[in-house]
Design a protein around this ligand. Sequence first.
Ligand code: CDP
Length: 577
Amino acid sequence: RRAKLLLGVRDDLKLPLSAVAVLKERYLLRDDHGRVAESTGEMMDRVARHVAQAEEAWSPGSAQRWVEAFSRSLRRLEFLPNSPTLMNAGTSLGLLSGCVVLPLEDSLVSIFGTLGHAALLHQAGAGTGYSFSRLRPRGDAVASTGGAASGPVSFLSVFDAAADVLAQGGRRRGASMAVLDVSHPDIVDFVQAKAAGGLEHFNVSVAVSDRFMRAVLRGTGHRLVNPRTGKAVARIDATELFDRICRAAWRSGDPGLLFLDRINQANPLPSSGRIEATNPCGEVPLLPYESCNLASLNLARFISGGQVDFERLRAAVWLAVRFLDDVIDVSRYPIRELERPAHDSRKVGLGVMGLAELLAVLGIPYDSEPAIRLAGRVLAVIEKEAHQASAELAAQRGPFPLYQHSRYAGQGTRPLRNAQLTSIAPTGTISLIAGTTSGIEPMFALSYVRHILGRQLPEVNPHFERLARDRGFWSDQLRAELDRTGMVRQIPHVPPDVRTAFVTALEIPPEWHLKMQAAVQRHVDAAVAKTINLPEQATAADIRAIYLAAWQARVKGITVYRYGARPGQVLTLADPG
Ligand code: CDP
């Protein structure tokens, strides 16, 4: 089979133009002269070969069989690992994990030690998350100098400045997450930190407790506590603080909320500590120095005869779990501190992409009960099979070393190889490579401009275009109307079933976004990366309502984005005028 040549790249996988552009720029190996040295399919082979090496330790001589199995599935785009695995497998940058959480204790040694570690991790393309909650507040005493502490927000700017410098050299700018507990005395500064400008490399989230959320609903007081002394330093109105959070989120999309009580109820290893932070996009709550390898099943590849092909999906789950378990063993950690925790709990995160494409192809509107039910069912199957696959691996390779201390022990179930199995990543780049919709997000628009690597690529949703051509309603006029609004719900000459099935993010009421997130979360071990999209004219009260509803829906965190709130969106409508 001859590979087609696209942008000078041998593209044997027949990927979309924007995918080839990204792969060429950042993923494909280059030779000493800087020339691209592998085809798109060879990239998948490189990843498969590298990861399958782990198989030799369990069954000498078996690796080749797994190279073939992994490679076949990757080449078919049935699942893809997170970007660092695609970029770094088989190279000198051996880190394959997408996300890491690092500790921040209340000392300069800890803060700047972690800053140094973060630099190495970002260089390898991993994202980092931190809780700033243990740092003493601004103005607090510093014993060694007799001076006043500068507080979490100023250290946060140092981390951001460092990320800025690093971003210029790396292939992928590792994003970061900063979390601050809602009881920290500097919480108001933190809440407003992003809206004030800067902190481009950070997502920020406020860690809220159930107690705080109840105080918001009752309109009662909330205590701010100095983490150094454990003493309450102020009592403020919970509702007022919550409204500040919502107003800041209205302006910039940040802060999001992290529901730490919910996260810790699901913590598989409570004896190892309370979880205080997540990775940058929120889908993986982790303890300090834990890391996580992600992979996502491309749901659009599991449709046969107008239905989800559960048989093939199950087989792919087993293969992907094995792949992820192998990744842990062949990943090389740029800092020693990551090694032990990775092997002790063996957390991985198998998720999905292409949910919206699956729904559209099956003719099911995203904002409908059948869509919520189908998504829940698909994730329930993935979760069940992933756990069975992990139990099977545990029978062959042994359970994860901390198994006896985990909340699974003594439950009468078979031991697991991995303390955590599923997680819904945003799949920002890998969905682009696979040519499908990202994570569990609805389609952004049916016609849009992708701002990528300094280029502006106009795109029309390929499924919509194909369907419109097949059913004979594609026209230049339709294309022009699509470019104008990005949506089809209000275009009269498009058949009604197509109009409802191809619904886009901004047409979907926020409560349906949340319903989808909650339905999926019920069948996911870790968390779900999801953005609740709001139209430009949404108000702070709308955000307040959705933040409260999110807590009540028992999701682990919530992120909103009001269209246009930030300059430099990745996707914009083709012709906003
Ligand atoms: O699609 P891809 O594998 O590139 O990544 P993703 O699914 O969009 O993001 C998965 C995780 O990778 C995020 O939650 C972050 O932890 C990390 N990430 C990052 O550090 N920097 C980015 N620019 C994108 C993602």
